[in-house]
Write a protein that binds this ligand. Structure first.
Ligand code: CO
Length: 199
C-alpha cells in the first residue's frame, strides 16, 4: 500500500539530516513564514516548489481555482491564523493559466458541487463580458479570466474583516496577485499594492 511513497519519505528525511543535522529540530521549534499562499489545488502548481522555498517559509492554502469565498470557514480561518498568529507580511493569491477550474466555470456541462464553488468566476466573467468577448482565442480568453479572477480574489482578501482589522491596526501586510504559466514555469505579477496605488 503506497510503500513507494513511504520509502521516498524516509529517503528524503535521511537526506535532509545528512545535509543539515539540525534541520528538523529547528523546524519543530519555529514556524515563522513571511508569506501566505492562496493557490489552486492543481497538482502542477505546488507553492514551495515553484517559488523554490524550503519547508517553514510559506503558509499554504489551496483549493480549486484559488478562490476566496467570504463564507469559507477554511479559507477565512487560514487568513486569520496567518495574519493574527503567524503575522505574515505578504498574502499571495496565485492563479495559473490553463486552470481547469476557470474552464469548468465557463463550460455549460454540470459537474455537481464544484459548480457552486466556481460561481465567483462566472460572476467575474459577467462583470467583464465586453473585454472577454473581444478576445477571440478561447485559450487567451480563459487566461484573461484567470487574471481577472486573481484580481477579484485579491479584492476579497482585502475586504475580509480579518485583513481590514489588521490594516487598521497598522500591521505590515501586503496583498499580491500572481499568475503562473504552466508552459514555462514563470510567475507574472497581476496586481499588488504598488500597481493599485498607480492604477
Ligand atoms: Co487551477
Amino acid at each position: 500500500m503506497l510503500e513507494h511513497l513511504l520509502k521516498q519519505n524516509k529517503d528524503w528525511a535521511r537526506k535532509q539530516i545528512e545535509r543539515d543535522a539540525g534541520y528538523f529540530d529547528r523546524l519543530v521549534h519555529q514556524q515563522a513564514p513571511e508569506y501566505l499562499w492562496i493557490g489552486c489545488a492543481d497538482s502542477r502548481v505546488p507553492a514551495n516548489v515553484i517559488t523554490d522555498l524550503p519547508p517553514g517559509e510559506v503558509f499554504v492554502h489551496r483549493n480549486i481555482a484559488n478562490l476566496v469565498h467570504h463564507a469559507d470557514l477554511n479559507c477565512q480561518s487560514v487568513l486569520q491564523f496567518a495574519i493574527d498568529v503567524l503575522k505574515v507580511q505578504h498574502i499571495i493569491v496565485c492563479g495559473h493559466y490553463g486552470c481547469g477550474g476557470i474552464r469548468a466555470a465557463m463550460e455549460r456541462s454540470p459537474s455537481g458541487m464544484v459548480d457552486h464553488w466556481l460561481q465567483p468566476i462566472r460572476d467575474i466573467a459577467r462583470l467583464n463580458r465586453d473585454e472577454l468577448e473581444a478576445i477571440t482565442d478561447e485559450e487567451k480568453r480563459f487566461d484573461r479570466l484567470c487574471e481577472l479572477s486573481v484580481e477579484g480574489q485579491c479584492d476579497r482578501v482585502l475586504q475580509s474583516p480579518i485583513v481590514r482589522d489588521a490594516l487598521d491596526r497598522g500591521q505590515d501586510l501586503h496583498v499580491h496577485g500572481w499568475a503562473y504559466r504552466l508552459t514555462d514555469g514563470q510567475i507574472r505579477c497581476i496586481a499588488d499594492d504598488k500597481k493599485r496605488a498607480e492604477g
